[in-house]
Design a binder for this molecule. Sequence first.
Ligand code: 13P
Length: 251
Amino acid sequence: MKRKKIVAGNWKMNMTHDESINLIKELKEISSNYVDIKIAPSFTNLNKAVSLLGSSGIEVIAQNVHFEERGAFTGEISIEMLTSVGVNSVIIGHSERRKYFNENEFILSKKTKMAIDNSVNIIFCVGEELSEREKGDHFELIKNQIISGLFGLDIEQIKNVVVAYEPVWAIGTGKTAENYQIQEMHEYIRKLFNDKYGSDISQQIRILYGGSVKPKNAEEIFSLKDVDGGLIGGASLNFSDFNAIVQAANG
Ligand code: 13P
């Protein structure tokens, strides 16, 4: 089955308001019927990004969301705040959230439920540390992240989920995982979905790779059988790199 590729830029904690506007104006010129393009600016730039991108076909997504609906949670952003500015997708479970903000499986499963209950799509990130891979624990770890974060969802709900496999040791390091490591993990993840939800879902679900994807390696990575695009950090912060990566997914 042919799955449409996704190229999503995760801007992380980068870009001022003016810098965002400049990049978005450039991104608007990217055209691709064959790739779903998404960008995840910071919260302060979401509203403007949505209005600038309008009907360009580039989707604006959030980098995070709180797991409660509303209330006394100083500094947090609710799902309703996101949808009220036209944002209908969110990244959940990024390794930086897990690592620096102590987001555990319990918190993440509450976030996925909050998103799904509000018809917000999810890019759910999983990934192992280098030490876990060296011990040979990486498959088991990814399996546990997926079971606890996603497998509470039913077969209809899971259709609103995209998975991103991002080995922590490849994020921001310039050290991309080897092609065989990427393919075997994506295949493993797809099999988990097959065993839980059946073959239709496992063939439909899109699984992105993230971790030092650059113009020079994107085409090769995107050509791997079970890779349906990428979640891009550093290289999403300038037009020419991001555009080149989108074009690599076009092929
Ligand atoms: P880099 O592309 O900078 O390695 O970041 C990947 C990532 O974490 C995307 O979410």
